[in-house]
Write a protein that binds this ligand. Sequence first.
Ligand SMILES: [Zn+2]
Length: 381
Amino acid sequence: MRFEVSKVLDAIEARLTTDPAMARAVVDLSEVARYADLDGGRPASLLRLGLVIDALGRHVAEEEVPVYAVAPRALLSDADLTSNERMVVRRWADDGVVEVVPELEDRVLEVAELIGLPVLSRSRAEQFRDRRPWVDEPGRLLAAVPGAGGPVLVARVGRGEVPAVGEPSPMGAKLLARVWRCPESNCSNFGGGDSDSPFADMRKLTSPVAQPPPTLKAGVPTCPRHGTRLSDAGPRPAVEVLSVRIDDVIRRRFVVSADKPVVVGRAPEGGDGVMLGQWLSDDARKWISRGHARFALDGEDLTVQDVSTNGTGIRPGGSDDDDERITLDRDEVRKLDEDDVVELYAGVNVGRARLWATGGVSQPTSVMAEAPTMAIRKFER
Ligand SMILES: [Zn+2]
């Protein structure tokens, strides 16, 4: 049983991020862990985060949806979790995949506001509504409640619209335009404080382009974990979030930054690329090269380069008209306009993530798939 629990926790971990470009919602891990009505189990369980992540995936109809989880430090020693769960939360905190803060206060809402994400919470918003009035906007506050086919998200206001993602507040846009440095030597999110340390290379550091938003203390950008004042380490490289859409289904999102071009194909070499093989039909798999198209940021311009055997197409403005389709020559680089869609094969597309609001997946892959039975209480000690 223990083995299966750890596999579920690994699946959950793969969906945790503090990268503002990738996160789709913000949760308070200490709150979600106590939703005992979702499974009728013990007072606190980390696995409930998996149930809520699955509910979000169904809500936005998308595969591999990541969440930004914040937890108060007290959760690391919460006696209602198993010792294994406490150890896992500690590891997540050390690796920077979960943000652990001394006191939660309204950090969950602050993150949501700065990045422009919905909050998944039953109660958190009430306490701070006067300061964060946007929680009353449609779709911004969603609560996970028990449903027939697993937990569902219900909106506090509106009918559960899928909110626009990635519209930071003006302050968020300012903060996310810079790279920040924490003076603490063990800061995984704002690291680099003591690059002379012999252990500096051993730390798992968040890339500057994926840093979470600082917290504001009396208007000063501050490390959410250490409470220390952050220093400004210069402009943050631009990023662009792209989606892979196959037969009208969003399969995954990925980030292209100025320092990190991304190759998309059947099975790109090197491990950094976006692998499509598992989602392709036999014909598409034969047509699409292992590495097929390379996406890069050149200044502000998003470009695509054909690196395939059979060629890459561009549909200007997403046009369905085959006469307008542009075919790139091998190695040709072309700038992508806002609405341009890259076509690797008929129905296999890559474009800016904001082109496609929702995902079209009726039953996203569950992070709970490795759980031995439907009921979580079954695999408690
Ligand atoms: Zn720090």
